[in-house]
Design a protein around this ligand. Structure first.
Ligand code: C5P
Length: 221
């Protein structure tokens, strides 16, 4: 049986993974898994419902029970139990809460099958931290996309300003460093390149250049 192809794109916050994954999926007509959105959703729900972050079983049960739909209200849209979560999860607090619930092994385990179910014909682009190491260890092509932390903070700053949201560059830099530290040093599924990943440093590359490189790597298979 021919396996459905999977391209994994892992890397730290602000490396451009989200945009690159979307563009590669569009170019190939593949499905897209934004795994960070799943962690962000749980983080936002936990915050809103005042769930105890030490109650790991409750958090794992909560994420399993949520009815989550991607793309129903247009590209990039996310609904949770019928409510539009597209903007809520993109706020800084959503990313921060995601990295807190993402450090809990029971939560990661509870999300595993949901993520595997995204692998559908004709193929999948999976964006995250552990796509190539844990979720799809036999992926067709693995990319680890990175960039200097200063460049990543600058990109995030420009994105927020363009959206009319106030931002302070040194604060963003500190938050990114904290999140990198938490994601890289946790005991389960830490952020690190798979042994067989192609490492792409996007510090001095445009999005178009990164997309072209990923598509070239995918074309070899
Ligand atoms: O990619 P994104 O910025 O949306 O991810 C938000 C947070 O979710 C990350 O900082 C990380 O802690 C967590 N995450 C994870 N595993 C993934 C995707 C995201 O732990 N596969």
């Amino acid at each position: 049986m021919v396996e459905i192809p999977v391209i994994t794109i892992d890397g730290p916050s602000g490396s451009g993974k989200g945009t690159v994954s979307q563009r590669v999926a569009e170019a190939l007509g593949y499905h897209l898994l934004d795994s960070g959105a799943l962690y962000r959703i749980l983080g936002c729900v936990a915050l809103r419902q005042g769930l105890d972050l030490n109650d790991h079983a409750l958090l794992a049960q909560t994420i399993q029970q949520l009815d989550i739909h991607f793309g129903d209200q247009g590209p990039g849209s996310v609904s949770v139990n019928g409510e539009d979560f597209s903007d809520i999860i993109r706020q800084e607090i959503g990313g921060d809460m995601a990295s807190r619930v993402g450090a809990i092994p029971a939560v990661r385990q509870a999300l595993l099958n949901r993520q595997l179910a995204f692998r559908k014909s004709p193929g999948l682009v999976a964006d995250g931290r552990d796509m190539g190491t844990v979720v799809f260890p036999r992926a067709t092509v693995k990319i680890y996309l990175t960039a200097s932390v200063e460049e990543r903070a600058k990109r995030r700053y420009n994105q927020l300003i363009a959206k009319g949201i106030g931002a302070i560059l040194p604060d963003l830099l500190r938050e990114l460093k904290d999140r990198d530290e938490r994601d890289s040093n946790r005991s389960v599924s830490p952020l690190k390149p798979a042994d067989d990943a192609h490492i792409l440093d996007s510090t001095n590359l445009s999005i178009d250049e990164v997309v072209t490189r990923v598509l070239n790597l995918a074309a070899d298979f």
